[in-house]
Design a protein around this ligand. Structure first.
Ligand code: CA
Ligand code: CA
Ligand code: CA
Ligand code: CA
Length: 198
């Protein structure tokens, strides 16, 4: 029995085989914020389940299962409740100077006073005082990224991510660069794979 070469390896085959290795790098992308996104199932005059969305798929509206929601685990029980999603929406809006907490287009005296309190509290989470919450500032404040994969209007534990390891547009993963409520956008760092030859 004889062995016959049917394919010739390219001239640099061994060179690549021994010296190529994959490496990961990050590319940034920017996404509009979607305050008052209808993240939950209640949406009437008396009760609104609104969250602070991030338009990961960049189509201008909140899409369950595709876009993210920024929320703080206020009571630090490891879960994000709908109440925490709602309050985080109010807090992030107030941090950016918007005191219309229920999003009805009017700011009452009561909303202004509560909004100013929220704003002061959120400014304490902005440790480098640049007006944005970066991944490390979000993480220290109990901030999480929720993607409602099963689209049921609730944030289950497997749908709740650290700002350091969160879903990115499509099927990728990455981290939150920063959330900027005043300028109404979020930067996401997307993990990419490349090949290095040397
Ligand atoms: Ca969207
Ligand atoms: Ca909680
Ligand atoms: Ca900051
Ligand atoms: Ca869900």
């Amino acid at each position: 029995m004889s062995y016959v070469h049917t394919h010739c390896p390219p001239p640099n085959y061994h060179y690549h085989y021994h010296h190529a290795h994959p490496f990961q790098y990050q590319t940034p992308s920017w996404h509009g914020n979607l305050p008052d996104a209808q993240t939950g199932n209640h949406n009437n005059w008396f009760h609104k389940d609104s969250g602070y969305g991030v338009d990961l798929n960049n189509n201008g509206r909140y899409d369950r299962g595709q876009d993210g929601v920024i929320a703080f685990d206020q009571n630090r029980d490891g879960r994000i409740s709908n109440q925490e999603i709602k309050e985080s929406n109010e807090r992030l809006k107030a941090f950016g100077g918007n005191y219309d907490l229920n999003g009805d287009g009017h700011t009452t005296i009561c909303e202004r006073s509560k909004g100013q309190r929220y704003q002061r509290e959120m400014q304490q989470n902005d440790l480098d005082r640049d007006g944005r919450l970066s991944s490390w500032e979000l993480d220290r404040a109990g901030g999480r990224v929720v993607v409602d994969h099963n689209r049921n209007g609730h944030a289950e534990p497997h749908e709740t991510y650290s700002p350091y390891h969160s879903p990115t547009p499509g099927f990728g993963s990455g981290s939150i660069g920063y959330v900027d409520p005043a300028r109404n956008h979020t930067q996401v760092n997307n993990n990419r794979w490349g090949w290095a030859y040397h």
